[in-house]
Design a protein around this ligand. Sequence first.
Ligand SMILES: Cc1cc2nc3c(=O)[nH]c(=O)nc-3n(C[C@H](O)[C@H](O)[C@H](O)COP(=O)(O)OP(=O)(O)OC[C@H]3O[C@@H](n4cnc5c(N)ncnc54)[C@H](O)[C@@H]3O)c2cc1C
Length: 442
Amino acid sequence: MSAKIIVAGAGHGGIAVAAILAQNGYDVTVYEKEKEGTLGYDWTDIFAPGALKIAGIDMPDEEKYEYKENMTFYSTNMKIGLRQDVSPDQLEIKMERKDIYAHLINHAVNCGVKFVYECKIECPLMAGNRVVGIKTSLGNFYGDLIIDAAGIDSPVRTKLPAVCGIEKIPGDFSQFNVFRAFYNRGTEEEVKDKYKVCLLPGGNTGVGWIAAEEEYSDLLIGLFEKLTDEKVNEIATLFRSENPVLGTELKRGGQYVKIPVRQPLAIMVCDGYAAIGDSAFMTVPVIGSGIANSLRASRMLADTVIADKYNCFCADTLWDYQVKYYKNLGSGLAQLACVKLLLAELKPEELDFMFENGILTGKDLTIGADSTSLVSFINFSPTDMINKAKNVCKDTVLLKKILMTGKRIASVVAVTTTMPRHWNRQSVFRWAKQYKMCFQIK
Ligand SMILES: Cc1cc2nc3c(=O)[nH]c(=O)nc-3n(C[C@H](O)[C@H](O)[C@H](O)COP(=O)(O)OP(=O)(O)OC[C@H]3O[C@@H](n4cnc5c(N)ncnc54)[C@H](O)[C@@H]3O)c2cc1C
């Protein structure tokens, strides 16, 4: 009899791994709280198309996507813009979120995955230390493996007993509280920089973005602090003063949501359980993109499950998924989480200084489809580094913060390199403690 796999929540990585496993003869069911056909937000998203191929999913129809243009980064005051120059082979695609979902779900259904909608998961079901099922609004469901794809606040991960050693909440400076909405275009005039990203918008700790599309202007505000209507209005008004293209008539979206922006989970598996996507905090810290990484992770998880010939699905056999994930993506993302912590510490005037004095350049901010680690986009050429170092030295407080970040990154590199290659509860828990310490804020 084939093993029974439960996917908790129709997250992107969960659907993709469900499809690969169903193709390989597993009995896979996805349990999702929303109604059929209503998944996803009322806005567009950007992701690396190569991740679809890794997950064994075809490209969507050409009319469903377009290639994303370069972004221009601004600091607090929105005065100096640093423009990216992403090479054509590194361009990401932009698609309606609902179309991304439709594409993934159609693929999964064709592979034999079953979906149960309007089924709200309440918590995991345990037998001793093993996750054996999920308690839901439609009753209890049992499986040999529970794949948690229920997002940042997953009711499975957050209700696992402490013995599993898996973090329940993201922690301080680890999630953006986001407002996203499409407004009318405030002006028909051609806009020079169509996609503007503002770091520390209006002096607030977080990011903002305005994208001047043909038929609307797209606004995103993501802050570490709790967002209120007043705060959103304050930042939107500031953006409008510099960007008349951002109108005031709400066209689409307008919701408050959350994005994890932190290092991946220290422990992603336990007996009978594996986390994927936002539930395992797989987004690129600072920018918050998580679709491509979830899809990439789906292949790693599927390979691990398939390699488990006796269907044990215990921490011992599932650990290989975490090892693969950290080797290919997680270590790089953890380094980027250190940069995010620097952003959280910077004063607006320090960020302005970095923009004005070439400490940050357009090249450094050229984040392409494969930019999942520091080395993939920060420009480390020796002459460039010397010039940057000279300029940083002019501001001793900033210098100290950058040196501290360098030290933090070095610790992360050292710790992730020593992650146990094989599961041993004691060594894994000891390693996880060291890893978490790298991100502590004093
Ligand atoms: C405003 C915004 C903009 C973003 N833009 C981008 C972008 O441009 N590019 C990009 O790559 N990423 C972007 N992201 C991040 C991206 O959405 C996630 O990283 C990505 O979707 C992976 O998350 P996920 O699929 O694992 O989880 P989710 O998208 O959170 O999906 C979880 C699923 O589980 C279901 N679920 C939750 N709780 C329960 C429950 N109790 N019972 C049953 N089902 C449940 C949910 O309904 C949902 O279907 C953005 C996020 C936000 C909020």
